[in-house]
Design a protein around this ligand. Structure first.
Ligand code: PFF
Length: 520
C-alpha cells in the first residue's frame, strides 16, 4: 500500500463494539440457537455451550481481535497478509489465510438472500399479505411459493423474492461502499439499539401471553420456558450434542472465519482489545440466551402444545422463523405490528452480519492490490451478485445447505485451529500475551495462557477428528442428499473449489507485485 493512502478506521470504541456485536448477533441468535437448544437436551445444552464459550469462543475472540490489530499495523486487513506478518519465513502460510476471505464470501452469498426474505416478510406482515393464513400447511405453501419452489394462489413466480433480493443486496453494498466508519459503524450504531428494543418488546409480548386457551391452562409461558430449559442430562453423553454446541458458539460469535480479524485491523495500536472483545461477546450471549431463548420456542409451545413442539423445534430454522412464528403472531392482537417487529428484528440482525461478511474480500482488494474502495466494492458487488444467482434459483436443490456446511461449519473449525496454532505456537505465547495486553483496560485471567496454548487447540483438533471419523464419508459421498440433487451439489463443490483457486492466484499475484515494488 502506498504511504500516502490511509486505511479507514473506527470512529469510536463504542462503534467497533457495536459493529462486532452486530456481526455476532444475527439470524443465528434468534433462530439457530433456540432450535439447537430445544433439540439437543434443552437446559443441559447450556453446559457444552458454555464450556465451548469459555474454551473456544472467548479465546478465539481475543486471538482474532489481537491478530487483527497486529495485522492492521502492517496495513493488512485479511488473513493472508496477517499470517504472513506473523510468520515471515514461511512462504506458504499466506495461502492458509485464504480461508479467511473465502469463508465469509461463501456465507455472504446465501446469508444475503435469507436476509432479503426477512425484509420481504416485514412488508408482508405490515400489509397483511399472510394474515389470513392459519395453519402450518398454508403458511408453508406461502413460503414455498415465495421462494419460487412451487406455484400457487399466493405467488406465481419468484418475482417478489427477486425484487426484495435486489433491494437488500443494493442496501448491503451501499453500506459497505461508505466504509468502516461512514457505513458499517454508522449503521450498527442505530441498528443495534433498535434491534434490542424489538427483541425486548417481543420477549415481553411472549411473557405476557399467559395461557391464551382457557381449555388448556397448561399450555402457558412457564411450561414453554420449561420445555426449552428443563435439562435432559442424558443428552450430554452424545458427541453430536458437544459438536453442535461448539458449532453454535463459532457461528454465533462470528469467530473462526476471518471477519473479526478484518474488523480489528481498523483499530490503532493502543486500542484495548481485551475488554472490548469481552463486551461484544457478552452482548451477543445476552441476546442469544436471554432474548433468543425467550421468544420463538416458548411462544410455539403456548400455541401448539407439548405434543407438537418437538417436531416444530426440529423442523429447521426456516420453518421456525418463516412459518411457525408468523402463524403465532397472526393469532395475537396487533398481529401486523408484531409480525413487522419480528421480521424487522431479523432484518437488522441479518444486515449487520452481512456487511461484516463482505468486508474481508473488500479489504483484501484494497490492502493487497491498492484498489480504491469504490472500485473494490464494485468488483465485490458484481462478483457476489453473480454468485448469488445459483443460490436463488437452485434453493430447492440443496445449494444453501452445501454452502453452509463448507463456509459456515467445516472451514470455521479448520481456520480457527490454524489461527490458534499460529498465535500460540508460532508467534509464541509470551509474545502473544504481551500483544493481547497492549493498551488493555483489564488483564486476561492467567489461566487463559494455558487455555489458549493447550486447551483451545486440543479442543479444536478433537472436534475436527471426531467429525472426520463420524461424518467424513457420508458428507463426501452425499449420503444425506437426494439422488436427483447430486449434480447440483457436485456443481456447487466445483464452484467452491474454483473460487478458492482464484483467491490463491490473486494472493500469488499480490505478493509478486509487492516483491517487485519493494525490490526484495
Ligand atoms: N454470527 C452470525 C449469526 O449469529 O447469525 C452469523 C455470522 C456472521 C457468522 C458473520 C459468521 C460471520 F463471519
Amino acid at each position: 500500500m502506498s504511504a500516502s493512502k490511509k486505511r479507514d478506521s473506527w470512529g469510536s470504541r463504542l462503534g467497533i463494539i457495536m459493529a462486532v456485536a452486530g456481526s455476532a448477533i444475527g439470524l443465528g441468535n434468534f433462530l439457530r440457537f433456540p432450535a439447537k437448544a430445544a433439540s439437543n437436551g434443552g437446559g443441559a445444552f447450556l453446559i457444552p455451550y458454555f464450556v465451548a464459550l469459555l474454551l473456544l469462543g472467548i479465546p478465539l475472540m481475543w486471538i482474532e481481535w489481537t491478530l487483527g490489530r497486529f495485522g492492521g499495523g502492517f496495513e493488512h486487513g485479511t488473513a493472508p497478509g496477517i499470517f504472513h506478518s506473523l510468520w515471515r519465513k514461511n512462504r506458504f502460510i499466506k495461502y492458509f489465510g485464504i480461508i479467511g476471505i473465502f469463508g465469509p464470501l461463501i456465507i455472504f452469498i446465501y446469508y444475503t438472500y435469507i436476509e432479503s426474505w426477512t425484509l420481504a416478510y416485514s412488508f408482508f406482515a405490515l400489509f397483511g399479505k399472510y394474515s389470513a393464513l392459519a395453519d402450518q400447511a398454508s403458511m408453508q405453501s406461502f413460503l414455498r411459493a415465495f421462494q419460487g419452489i412451487e406455484k400457487n394462489q399466493y405467488f406465481q413466480s419468484i418475482g417478489w423474492a427477486y425484487l426484495f433480493f435486489l433491494v437488500t443486496f443494493t442496501v448491503n453494498i451501499w453500506v459497505i461502499y461508505y466504509g468502516i466508519r461512514g457505513g458499517i459503524e454508522r449503521l450498527c450504531k442505530w441498528a443495534m439499539p433498535v434491534l434490542f428494543i424489538c427483541g425486548i418488546a417481543l420477549m415481553i409480548r411472549v411473557f405476557t401471553l399467559g395461557a391464551p386457551d382457557p381449555a388448556r391452562p397448561q399450555w402457558n409461558v412457564i411450561n414453554g420456558l420449561g420445555f426449552l430449559w428443563n435439562p435432559d442430562f442424558s443428552a450430554l453423553k452424545s458427541a453430536k450434542v458437544w459438536l453442535e454446541a461448539a458449532g453454535q458458539i463459532f457461528f454465533t460469535l462470528s469467530v473462526g472465519i476471518g471477519v473479526i480479524l478484518t474488523y480489528a485491523s481498523y483499530l490503532s495500536k493502543g486500542n484495548d482489545v481485551v475488554l472490548s472483545g469481552l463486551t461484544a461477546s457478552s452482548t451477543n450471549e445476552f441476546t442469544e440466551v436471554i432474548l433468543g431463548g425467550s421468544i420463538i420456542i416458548p411462544a410455539a409451545f403456548i400455541f401448539f402444545g407439548p405434543a407438537d413442539i418437538k417436531s416444530i423445534a426440529q423442523s429447521g430454522v426456516f420453518n421456525l422463523g418463516f412459518v411457525t412464528m408468523p402463524l403465532i403472531l397472526n393469532r395475537l392482537p396487533l398481529d401486523a405490528l408484531f409480525g413487522f417487529i419480528w421480521f424487522f428484528l431479523l432484518f437488522l440482525a441479518g444486515i449487520t452480519s452481512a456487511v461484516s461478511l463482505a468486508q474481508p474480500a473488500v479489504a483484501f482488494l484494497e490492502d493487497e492490490f491498492d484498489i480504491k474502495r469504490g472500485k473494490a466494492v464494485l468488483i465485490f458487488g458484481i462478483t457476489t451478485f453473480i454468485l448469488c444467482q445459483p443460490v436463488i434459483f437452485f434453493l430447492k436443490n440443496g445449494v444453501v445447505d452445501e454452502l453452509d456446511f463448507w463456509g459456515g461449519t467445516f472451514f470455521l473449525v479448520l481456520f480457527a485451529a490454524i489461527e490458534t496454532i499460529l498465535f500460540a505456537w508460532v508467534f509464541g505465547m509470551e509474545k502473544a500475551w504481551d500483544e493481547i495486553h497492549k493498551g488493555a483496560d483489564m488483564r486476561v485471567p492467567r489461566i487463559y495462557k494455558f487455555i489458549i496454548k493447550y486447551v483451545t487447540p486440543l479442543f479444536l483438533f478433537v472436534i475436527l477428528g471426531v467429525w472426520l471419523w463420524q461424518e467424513w464419508l457420508s458428507v463426501i459421498f452425499m449420503k444425506a442428499v437426494a439422488p436427483q440433487n447430486h449434480i447440483y451439489i457436485i456443481a456447487t463443490r466445483i464452484g467452491l473449489f474454483s473460487i478458492f483457486i482464484i483467491l490463491a492466484i490473486l494472493v500469488k499475484i499480490a505478493w509478486r507485485k509487492k516483491k517487485q515494488k519493494t525490490g526484495l
